[in-house]
Design a protein around this ligand. Structure first.
Ligand code: ZN
Length: 231
């Protein structure tokens, strides 16, 4: 039997919170804390390696073949600090938080102080654009503004230059990818389903979506490629 080469599975979350939003999109993006807890416990039990996107990208650039998971949380909502952070801390796990620099310190979103605390604990703060806009609808100057304003503000207020990027709504074009490379990002994540394996374009990392309806059984199947063949 040919061994299947294990791969890196990048998981995409938005919110983890006890509330039940009324609008269907918000509801779908809000994972119940009990479900999230069971998912993290499964990762621990299966002894899957957990990387930040930044750490994974640096290792891949050095030629390492990685297996494991990356936990990513888009949009910088307040539960990133209030709910997700303590649940990760309890298990010694680190994650990547993709934020829009225009909404930090605003209603329902984390503050710069929260982001500094996340970072000090070993988490990564990545860019999701200055505003939450579809970059593929913008010209080059507007795209530059969205990417570089986020880069500059996060660097200035969170204390480290962001090294990875998440395209808002998963949308981008060739201009976006050229800017991402030029601005020195090590990786950019999409919403294309799949795993990160050797040879994947660093400006187009696939991600697997986890939402409210994801059962533990489905979650186990999502992270299955992250299982190393060594155990
Ligand atoms: Zn988003």
């Amino acid at each position: 039997m040919t061994p299947i080469l294990a791969a890196l599975v990048v998981l995409m979350y938005h919110r983890v919170a006890p509330d039940v939003p009324k609008n269907p999109v918000g509801l779908q993006l809000t994972v119940a804390p009990a479900s999230f807890s069971a998912q993290l416990d499964l990762i621990s039990r299966e002894r899957l390696r957990v990387y930040t996107a930044d750490d994974a990208a640096q290792r891949i650039a050095r030629g390492e073949h990685l297996d494991g998971v990356v936990l990513t949380f888009d949009d910088g909502r307040i539960d990133g600090y209030d709910v997700i952070f303590p649940m990760l801390e309890r298990r010694g796990m680190h994650a990547t938080f993709y934020v829009n620099s225009s909404t930090i310190d605003g209603p329902f979103h984390m503050t710069w102080r929260d982001l500094r605390a996340l970072r000090a604990a070993g988490n990564e703060i990545g860019c999701h654009g200055h505003e939450h806009v579809d970059l593929s609808t913008l010209d080059e100057a507007q795209q530059r503004y969205q990417i570089e304003h986020c880069l500059d503000r996060v660097q200035q207020h969170a204390g480290a230059r962001p090294r990875t990027y998440a395209y808002a709504s998963g949308r981008y074009d060739a201009t976006t990818r050229a800017l991402i490379r030029r601005d020195g990002f090590e990786a950019a994540v999409t919403e294309i389903p799949g795993e990160v394996s050797p040879g994947v374009d660093p400006t187009q990392w696939p991600r697997r979506r986890v939402d409210r309806d994801t059962t533990l059984e489905q979650f186990a199947a999502l992270v299955e490629p992250a299982r190393s063949n060594h155990h």
